[in-house]
Design a protein around this ligand. Structure first.
Ligand code: ADP
Length: 477
């Protein structure tokens, strides 16, 4: 089998490899991907540092052309790359193709942004002096990504980093190197000068740690678990390095008595269980007022009965497998915790077998949960949802905000008053009205508050906040 190698200083290198396994069919090896070392990582950082002066001064048309070419190729290969994504991560083929299209759109967006770089010219408070405010690229950006969006998250970090003139050392998650390799290959062939984008696949504790330890990495953008996020933070402060963290969520969806039942059930089923509940924006807490509670539970349970859990590549599958054995154990441990805490298992909770051996788990709904239970406070990252009964809107809002996290929050209501109040008073970074808490646009800011995020927002023109450093220049006329 071919080994997909690391890209360091424009050369494909590496002979030790790890198997990339399909969670829908654990007999299938998706590919062999290089296992980078700490030395590979240091070489990649050195290459990125060496490439920075020229790339930071590259013309905006060159950046535009390369990003546009990448976006076009990803779109042209959406079915093939979507299939690779579904095979390595386990989300359904339509979801995977959708995510691939998203990645292409992100490259298109930043190809456009490259042509719109601008600064400000402002009069000084002193006579005969002019002030210019410009944005400089940051330097060498370390990109560390998780497994749940194998193509979209790398795209939304790589595209702005390049657009604003930075060079990159990119470390994808161990479980999903395939899509990352494909993106890097596409950008390399699109004409990036050597050393501008370096790929080092391998372990977080080896490759990731070597990035954290290097004084030459000027900025780190990280999406992943809260624990690793903290390590990124403390190591970065040590080096006076800029960093950006996207971590967990325990996103609430409030359902009020006046909600359109069908809209509420659709939004809850989608954001609670699609993508196997493995989205940081998934609704893992449904907060439902008394008047609609029983009707909502009955309708949601009926909906869950219709959802097909099976191989991600199979037509008709709604929910693919859990990503790996470790995550499956986390999910089943939390199901056990929920039972012991006294929540009522209203649906699911069991492992299932399918034609192909994989990590299949029923969508699982706990009702009669309280917001103090561990299943309502801790991020599970699986298709396991707690449903909490509340009296009224005020209690629903207080419960929604009573969490260490603050990524996304939703409300299902036909009341303009409550929708408006919720948008203003939710403590989350993203608020959805009559929509799933997951599912965001690519051209507007993405990010959370409280324990979910740290640093500037990602995506859209707000991405410039992280990937550039502002300079204020004064000139005597
Ligand atoms: P998850 O539990 O979702 O896999 P992690 O935070 O462990 O979340 O992983 C997110 C990313 O962080 C992955 O690319 C992983 O390899 C990387 N990572 C894990 N440990 C470290 C570390 N010590 N230093 C830097 N990166 C790490």
């Amino acid at each position: 089998m071919t080994i997909y190698q690391n890209l360091i200083a424009g050369e494909w290198v590496g002979s030790d490899a790890t198997k990339n396994i399909n969670p829908s069919d654990t007999n299938e090896v998706v590919g062999l991907y290089a296992d980078g070392t700490a030395e590979d990582t240091r070489n990649a950082i050195a290459a990125a540092k060496a490439a920075f002066p020229a790339w930071s001064r590259s013309g905006i048309w060159e950046r535009h052309v390369i990003l546009k070419k990448a976006g076009d190729e990803i779109m042209a290969r959406k079915d093939e790359l979507g299939a690779l994504l579904a095979r390595e991560e386990g989300k359904t083929l339509p979801e995977a193709i959708g995510e691939t299209i998203r990645a292409s759109q992100i490259f298109e967006f930043f190809a456009g942004e490259a042509l719109r770089l601008a600064g400000e010219v402002i009069p000084s408070v002193r006579p005969n002096i002019g002030v210019e405010i410009t944005r400089d690229p940051l330097g060498v950006i370390g990109i560390i990504t998780p497994w749940n969006f194998p193509i979209a998250i790398p795209a939304w970090k790589i595209a702005p980093a390049l657009c604003y003139g930075n060079t990159i050392v990119f470390k994808p998650a161990e479980l999903v190197p395939g899509c990352s390799w494909a993106i890097v290959d596409i950008l390399h062939r699109a004409g990036l000068p050597k050393g501008v984008l370096n790929l080092v696949m391998g372990k977080g504790s080896v490759v990731g740690q070597a990035m954290l330890d290097s004084p030459d990495v000027t900025g780190i953008t990280f999406t992943g678990s809260t624990g690793t996020g903290r390590r990124v933070a403390s190591a970065s402060i040590e080096h006076n390095r800029k960093f950006q963290l996207e971590m967990g969520g325990k996103n609430p969806m409030v359902v009020l008595d006046d909600a359109d039942l069908a809209v509420a059930v659709e939004a809850a089923a989608n954001s609670g269980f699609f993508s196997t509940g493995q989205r940081c924006t998934a609704s893992s807490r449904l907060i439902v007022t008394e008047g609609i509670h029983d009707k909502f539970v009955a309708a949601l349970t009926e909906k869950l009965k219709t959802l097909v859990v099976d191989n991600a590549m199979k037509a008709g599958t709604h929910i693919g497998p859990v990503v790996d054995e470790k995550q499956l154990k986390t999910d089943t441990d939390y199901i056990e915790i929920g039972r012991k805490e006294g929540a009522k298992l209203a649906f699911g909770g069991e492992l299932i077998t399918r034609e192909t051996p994989g990590f299949y788990l029923q969508p699982t709904l706990f009702t009669e949960a309280t917001n103090q239970m561990r299943i309502s406070r801790e991020e599970i990252f699986g298709p396991v949802v707690s449903l909490i009964r509340v009296r009224d809107y005020e209690e629903a809002l207080a419960t929604a905000n009573d969490t260490p996290f603050g990524l996304s929050a939703g409300i299902a209501t036909t009341s303009l008053k409550h929708a408006t109040h919720f948008k203003r008073n939710s403590e989350a970074g993203m608020v959805m009205v009559n929509l799933p808490t997951a599912g965001v646009d690519f051209h507007v800011p993405f990010g959370g508050r409280k324990g979910s995020s740290y640093g500037p927002r990602e995506q859209g023109k707000y991405a410039a906040e992280f990937y550039t450093s502002v300079k204020t220049a004064y000139t005597l006329a």
